[in-house]
Design a protein around this ligand. Structure first.
Ligand SMILES: Cc1cc2nc3c(=O)[nH]c(=O)nc-3n(C[C@H](O)[C@H](O)[C@H](O)COP(=O)(O)O)c2cc1C
Length: 159
């Protein structure tokens, strides 16, 4: 049985919703990327956008799982200004030399998915074996579930 780790950052819960569903389907371990400082509220939204635009990497809490111990690490992030969120960028800067193989997913309002997925693979230093994106609308209506099944199929080779 391959070992899977789902590493994700989520500010308002969308990416976490996908990460948890994936972990359940794959029997994967979960690694939420955490920070000491909250990002909730308008000023923090603005700070996050500025950080993303300027490429400022925040300090994140130490990881609970060693990604080197997994066959595949699945990376999940919201899209911030058509980029991976800065906590995810900080995680990748710290761990990109420990990733055996990756798959990537993003959640978003509506624009920037492909660019963000490409940036995640660049930061990880290797191509993703599978990618997936879900918009806020798809998450609300349930339309994301079909794409999730395809993503799981591509990861497990049963798609
Ligand atoms: C600072 C910031 C920038 C964002 N930029 C984009 C963007 O460029 N394109 C987009 O479609 N959504 C953008 N969004 C919306 C988020 O990607 C979307 O709400 C996502 O699902 C949030 O995931 P989360 O709940 O896991 O934090 C942005 C959100 C924030 C906070």
């Amino acid at each position: 049985m391959p070992k899977f780790l789902v590493v994700y950052y989520s500010r308002t819960g969308h990416t976490e919703q996908v990460a948890k569903a994936l972990a359940e389907k794959l029997g994967a371990d979960l690694e939420p990327i955490r920070e000491k400082r909250s990002r909730l509220g308008f000023l923090e939204y603005w700070r996050s956008g500025r950080e993303s635009f300027l490429g400022i990497l925040p300090t994140i809490e130490p990881s609970q799982h060693d990604p080197a111990g997994y066959d595949l690490v699945i990376l999940g992030s919201p899209v911030w200004a058509s980029q991976p969120s800065t906590p995810m960028r900080a995680y990748l800067a710290a761990h990109n030399n420990k990733l055996n193989s990756i798959a990537c997913f993003v959640t978003l309002g509506g624009s920037g998915a492909q660019k963000t997925l490409a940036r995640m693979a660049d930061a990880a230093g290797k191509p993703a074996i599978a990618t997936f994106s879900a918009t806020e609308r798809e998450l609300k209506t349930g339309a994301w579930m079909e794409g999730l099944e395809q993503f799981v199929g591509a990861i497990t080779g049963k798609g």
